[in-house]
Write a protein that binds this ligand. Structure first.
Ligand code: PMP
Length: 351
């Protein structure tokens, strides 16, 4: 604390991201990055942009990218918002669309950035417990609220809610903005974007950090009714009128254009996830059913803290959330088949 701080800074509890250690010989399975690199066409497009044009500001509306996303999802560009990673898109959503004076509803085991945004913008967060099997119960999301948000698949459980559950929540809350955070949707879920034209209160967010392997480029997006998007644009333009830099715009466009690479790498991650889940189960782990590029797994007899430390000593890094109900679980990012084998071997040395 400093006497120079604005008073609100004293009360902020910021998000703590997963660690990003130097890679030398580490098997890094702690922050849900894609083990396969981005499309070669993305790298080419960014290289081609490295010229004198960098002296110019980027397009203030990232129109080229919005058009690309709009035609990819069959919506209009006025229904698309883009930002520096979905974290920034989410920050604008909490700021522009969630109401003060009523609680924002979210699952109690969920993306831990949500309560941080609530703290930043002075919004009340109300967490709703997951069911016994760790699924989100759509019927709980009702009553007066200032907005609703949940990831689908949920993080860090990896569990998917079918579109029928999302519709149930939308129908029960016609006066609230319902945000579906689809950071991991491409690894086996069905996007809710198709529902946007039937529900003006639905906003779907996605990221290029996971399925398109561009966490380092920082590109996220939201799709929803033009009215919701206009609110986000107003807030964004009151903060920073350039949503993305020139390299991010051309790289993200190229990522959406290389559909074949996207499908091939997503399928490789899905296959690798299923093999990893099986390998863990064979070693006595309970693995929650995952539709994401990570699994949440608990060993029946061994302490999660000890396992995480034992893996780390063998240069394999996984994430351990010391949160209620999941304190005995490890969240393991799906790696390549070779990385998964190395993880399983490291576990064999511990079990
Ligand atoms: N939502 C969820 C559920 C996430 O797990 C993450 C990644 N930590 C994000 C959003 C943000 O991803 P990014 O800012 O890289 O788009």
């Amino acid at each position: 604390m400093s006497r120079f701080w604005s008073p609100f800074v004293n009360d902020l509890v910021p998000y703590v991201p997963g660690e990003q250690p130097k890679l030398d010989n580490l098997i890094k399975l702690n922050t849900n990055e894609n083990p396969y690199g981005p499309s070669p066409r993305v790298v080419e497009a960014i290289r081609a942009q490295l010229d004198d044009s960098l002296r110019l500001y980027p397009a203030p509306n990232a129109d080229q990218l919005k058009d690309t996303i709009a035609s990819y999802y069959g919506v209009t560009a006025a229904e698309v918002f883009v930002g520096n990673g979905s974290d920034e898109v989410l920050a604008h959503i909490f700021h522009a669309l969630f109401q003060h004076g009523k609680p924002v509803l979210m699952p109690d085991i969920s993306y831990s950035f949500y309560p941080v945004y609530c703290g930043l913008y002075g919004i009340e967060a109300q967490t709703l417990p997951l069911a016994e099997d760790f699924s989100i119960r759509p019927a709980d999301y009702r009553g007066e609220n200032g907005g609703i948000i949940f990831p689908n698949p949920n993080a860090p459980t990896g569990m998917l809610m079918p579109l029928a559950g999302i519709e149930q929540i939308l129908q029960a809350n016609p006066d609230s903005v319902v945000v579906v955070d689809e950071a991991y949707i491409d690894f086996g879920g069905e996007t809710a974007i198709a529902l946007v034209n039937r529900y003006p209160n639905l906003l779907v967010t996605q990221t290029l950090s996971k399925s398109r392997s561009l966490a380092g480029l920082r590109v996220g997006l939201a799709v929803g009714h033009a009215d919701l998007i206009e609110a986000l644009e107003r807030v964004k333009n009151s903060f920073n009128s350039y949503p993305l830099d020139r390299l991010a715009i051309v790289g993200a466009v190229a990522a959406f254009e290389d559909q074949a690479y996207f499908q091939q790498t997503c399928q490789a991650v899905i296959n690798s996830r299923d093999a990893l889940s099986q390998g863990l189960q064979e070693r006595g782990f309970q693995v929650l059913p995952s539709a994401a590029n990570f699994v949440l797994a608990r060993h029946g007899e061994r302490d999660a803290d000890e396992l995480a430390a034992g893996l780390r000593a063998q240069k394999v890094i996984v994430r351990h959330f010391r949160a209620p109900r999941i304190e005995q679980f490890l969240r393991i990012t799906v790696g390549t088949p070779e990385q998964n084998q190395a993880l399983l071997r490291a576990l064999d040395a511990l079990l």
